[in-house]
Every structure is written in C-alpha cells, then in structure tokens.
Design a binder for this molecule. Structure first.
Ligand code: ZN
Length: 435
C-alpha cells in the first residue's frame, strides 16, 4: 500500500517536473508570464535584481530602451521607452509594481512561486493578479504591435517600481516627483486595477487615502475592585464606542445600497493594547494607567481631512478625557493645486474617451468607473495633476489579490494582451490632447 502510494506520488512529481520544465523552455506569452511569476519578489525580501534582469531581457528582445534608476539603494525602478514619431507630444505611461505581498505556502494548492498551470488553464502564483500580469501584458502587447509594424506617435514609457505593497515610499513616492520623471512629460498614465468577477472590465479613477490612527488613554491606576472615574480603560472604551458609532453611520450607507464601500470613510479597529502582563496572562486586580487602540482609516478623495482631524481631537481622543492621538498619513490627499486626487471619467477628459473606445474596439465592456477601496501608486501620479486610471484587464475572475491560491486564467491573460494592444495603439496615436 505504502509502495503503491509512493510510486504514484513519484510519477505525479515526475509528471509535474517534466511539464514545468517544458513550460520553462518554451518561449510563449504564457511561459514568459510564468517565468516572471516564478521570481520571488514577495516581502520582506523581494528579489528585485532577478525581476529587473528578466524585464530588461524582455525589453531588449523587443528593442525598447531601458534605464535602471535607484532613488534608494537596493530599490530599483526600471524605466522602458518606446519612442514615438512625434516626441514633442506628451507621452503615455504604463506603470506596475515589482513587489508582492508574502504568501503562506501551506495554504496553497500549488507552491506560490511555481506558477503551475492547472489543466483548466489557471496559473497559480502570488502576483498573478497583483500585479505581475499587467507588467508582462504591457510588454506582450508592445511585442505584438511591433510585429505588426505599428509605430506610436506619442512616446510610450513603462515603469516598474519597487515597494508598492509597503507604501511606495522608496519607490513611486520618490520616482514620480523626480526630475527624470518630469522630463518624460507624461500626459496620461495607466496603473493597476482589480479583477472583475463579471464580464465587464473594472476601471478606477481614484483611490482612498489611508491614515493610521492611534489613540491613547491615561488614567489613575488602582485596585481592580474599586469603581472610580477616569481610568485609562474607561476613557479608551468610551472613545471606542464613539468611533464605532461613526463606523456604523458610514457602513449603514453602504448596507442601504446608497454608496459603494469605497465611497465612504472606513475606520476599522486593528489592535487594542492594555493591561499589565503576568506569567499567566494579565494581572487581574490592577486597573492599568495606560491603554491604546489602533485604527485603519481610509478617506475618500473628497473627504475633508480637516473636519476629520477636528472630529478626532474633539470626539475620538479628547484631551479632557486624558486622551492623546497620533495620525500617520500614508500618502497624499490633494494634488499640487489642492484638488482631490480624481481623474475625470467624462468628456472633459479626452484621454477617457480614447481609453473607453479602445476597449469597445476589442469587444470589451466597461463597468461604471469606481473608486478603489484600497490604495495604489497611481495616487503619486495624480498628485502631479496627471490623469491616471487603475486598470487590470481581468474579467470573469474572482478577486484574489493578497489571498491564498491567487490565480489568473491563461485565456483571460491572453485577452488582456489584446486589450492592451488596442489601448496602447489608440492612446499613442491620439494627437489632440496637448497636455
Ligand atoms: Zn498591486
């Protein structure tokens, strides 16, 4: 019994090895995607050198100019360029990030960096949806356009940035405000979006902006048996109640169907810290002198940050209740002109019409433009006043970013290449917009 089991396992392993090797040796669009997925760029130790050398090799094979920039040592930004026939026109930027979040291999049906393709065409890998697909799709689309002798009028740039998953502070936050980037004269940009479970492509015109909020209460310590006013725990719990009510008021709007999740301010408790540790857990007969709680807050692009700051100071962590607070803003809220970071998705934005038509031209349908629930590097582009859309061409695909068993189907991947061919050729041929 044991032997049969063993030999079955052995032949299965051999089969997987052989098929993995075959796919390794092929040089097809799918095999190239798998090769990129097999490079482990997950935090905390993303293998950026291997990712950059893979992408550079691909760029060379289709004759794109390549530059590697480094704003922080060990955090490379790769910039590829396909020069247009009229370089005086503002250029197009296609952005993606090199890194991914970690994966727990034991929770996956296939190892997260094996990029195994199942018989029904699902390619399993961390990064398959977020966002290595778009990086290779951009390149494949350009490869196909070049094979058809297409020549762009506007210059097309591709940027591959590090550290998006940890806030982009050493990546996008340094690259986009740089002199090098300014000299690219980007007129319109595309960045990552999200999978769509239905058959319409999703597109994002804004992100929510994250704040980390920590509130802290202080109070007189005392015996666990005594009831008295103004203990740290009592003060903290009062605040938690007030914050919960605000959370409910926002969530009720979503539950009533009057707004999407991304259209309200979210606030979620992520930790509570209090008590005096003892060998068996916590000391039970002492009321502690300090207590704190941490919250993940997400502001909609039109939310008034001053109003929220006032609410925090006056209601959520008032000094009269012996409370202090700390807000850590994790990115910009307004552009250089003080405007909310939103890219218009109407006729006032000529790029929008071109983008939309390019999708219809290949039989695609666009869903109603959305605000992204979370955040991407696009906010650093929008901060410069450059219109930017979040878009990852994945229809009929469950949303698995940061989840176990992240996968993308081969057919969906290949359709995405076709969609980008249409988008890149349309945007780069579009002569009217001068900025
Ligand atoms: Zn991403």
């Amino acid at each position: 019994m044991l032997n049969v089991h063993h030999s079955l396992l052995l032949s299965l392993t051999l089969f997987l090895l052989v098929s993995a090797q075959e796919e390794h040796q092929q040089d097809t669009p799918i095999a190239r995607f798998q090769r990129y997925l097999r490079i482990n760029t997950a935090h905390p130790n993303p293998d950026y050198p291997s990712a950059i050398s893979f992408l550079k090799f691909q760029a060379q094979s289709i004759d794109l100019q390549a530059r590697t920039l480094e704003f922080t040592p060990g955090k490379p930004v790769l910039l590829l360029t396909w020069p247009g026939t009229n370089p005086s026109l503002p250029s197009i930027l296609l952005n993606s990030h090199l890194d991914s979040v970690p994966a727990e291999p034991s929770k996956w049906v296939h190892p997260p960096f094996s990029a195994v393709r199942s018989p029904d065409g699902k390619i399993f890998a961390r990064g398959a949806q977020d966002d290595k697909c778009i990086a290779v799709q951009y390149l494949e689309a350009i490869r196909n356009l070049k094979a058809k002798n297409f020549a762009p009028i506007r210059t097309v740039h591709l940027s591959f940035v590090p550290d998006e998953e940890i806030g982009g502070l050493d990546g996008a936050a340094k690259f986009f405000p740089s002199k090098v980037f300014e000299e690219l004269r980007v007129g319109f940009a595309l960045d990552e979006g999200q999978a769509s479970p239905g058959d319409e492509f999703r597109v994002f015109y804004a992100d929510r902006s994250p704040w980390n909020l920590v509130i802290k209460a202080e109070g007189t310590p005392g015996h666990g048996s005594r009831m008295y006013d103004n203990t740290a725990m009592e003060n903290l719990m009062k605040s938690v109640e007030v914050i919960s009510r605000f959370r409910e008021s926002q969530f009720d709007v979503v539950k009533a169907g009057d707004a999407a999740n991304s259209e309200v301010i979210s606030i979620n408790p992520v930790y509570v810290k209090a008590g005096i540790p003892s060998p068996n857990g916590f000391v039970m007969n002492v009321q502690p002198s300090e207590a704190e709680a941490g919250f993940d807050v997400r502001l909609t692009p039109t939310a008034d940050p001053d109003l929220l700051r006032r609410r925090i100071a006056e209601e959520w962590a008032p000094a009269w209740r012996n409370m202090t607070y700390k807000i850590t803003e994790k990115g910009p809220l307004r552009d250089y002109m003080g405007r909310p970071l939103m890219t218009p998705t109407n006729d006032s934005n000529p790029w929008w019409s071109v983008f939309k038509q390019a999708i219809t031209a290949v039989g695609g349908k666009l869903a109603k433009p959305e605000i992204l629930v979370s955040t991407t590097d696009a906010r650093y582009i929008r901060q410069l006043g450059i219109p930017a859309l979040g878009f990852s061409p994945m229809t009929n695909t469950p949303i698995l970013l940061h989840d176990h068993n992240e996968f993308l189907k081969d057919t969906v991947y290949l359709k995405g290449v076709e969609v980008y061919e249409s988008i890149i050729s349309s945007l780069s041929s579009f002569e009217e917009a001068s900025h």
